[in-house]
Design a protein around this ligand. Structure first.
Ligand code: MF3
Ligand code: CO
Length: 247
């Protein structure tokens, strides 16, 4: 069952999303060569708590930090630590907020200093694939319209869609039904309805889509060692079309 949100739920989710977007935009500003991935985590935590909200990832299935910070070949769930960000790195920051029981989820990938043109293209295409996918989040469309939009767009650039991780419904829990794959999946796909809220999150590899898990039990990296990018918004399907809650 895919939960449909009431007007009150949506109002609360808007608040949650607004807090998260503001936190993310402040955190984005500190990303540069020389900072550590824990610097990103510490600032994220401080700003979330200051907003009367709680970090949604910390403690989730034992996840040890506020932010996921995934650098270069790290796809998702990079655990913040002493790693120093270097010129030319690309840095994905994924944050989740729980505001009074209402969850929002957002990710961006940023360049550290000057990056090469291939990485620039990967970021640009991944970001654009999310924007195009959000435009498919209309009542009456199928969920697979979102998936197919992402896959066909990124593959046209020679990039590949990660299969091991997918987007998800979100609301009064971080992960709700349905799964939101970024690739075509055989089988029936749910019809989107007004009141559904989705975390749409393309994870796109420059090379092969296959990933492996590091020994820390969390961090996924690309098998071929090439870079990966990740963008995510929490989006409501409404009578007036898609509404980005983490804008
Ligand atoms: N945005 C990711 C997701 O929806 C981040 C989850 S990190 C975790 O799965 F620690 F909470 F698992
Ligand atoms: Co998510």
């Amino acid at each position: 069952m895919i939960p449909l949100k009431s007007k009150k739920d949506l109002d609360m989710l808007k608040e949650s999303g607004k807090i998260l977007a503001l936190v993310m935009h402040k955190v984005e500003k500190i990303v540069r060569p020389g900072i550590t991935t824990s610097d990103i985590d510490r600032l994220s935590e401080k700003l979330i708590l200051k907003s009367q909200a709680v970090a949604a990832f910390k403690g989730y299935k034992g996840y040890p930090a506020t932010a996921c910070v995934s650098v270069n070949d790290e796809v998702v769930h990079g655990i913040p630590g002493p790693r120093v960000i270097e010129e030319g790195d690309i840095v994905s920051i994924d944050l989740g907020v729980n505001y009074k029981g209402y969850f929002s989820d957002m990710a961006v990938t940023l360049p550290a200093g000057k990056i090469d043109t291939a990485k620039k293209k990967l970021i640009e295409v991944t970001k654009k694939s999310l924007e195009l996918a959000i435009k498919k989040a209309y009542a009456g469309n199928k969920l697979s319209d979102i998936s197919q939009s992402i896959q066909s767009y990124v593959e046209a650039y020679g990039f590949q869609v990660v299969r091991q991780f997918v987007g998800h419904g979100i609301g009064t829990a971080l992960h709700e039904e349905p799964e939101v794959p970024n690739f075509f999946k055989n089988g029936v796909s749910p019809v989107l309805k007004s009141g559904m809220v989705l975390a749409i999150e393309p994870m796109i590899n420059m090379g092969d889509w296959e990933c492996m898990l590091l020994n820390n039990g969390w961090t996924a990296v690309t098998r071929d060692g090439r870079p990966s990018a990740h963008f995510e918004h929490t989006v409501a399907v409404t009578d007036n079309g898609p509404l980005i809650l983490t804008r």
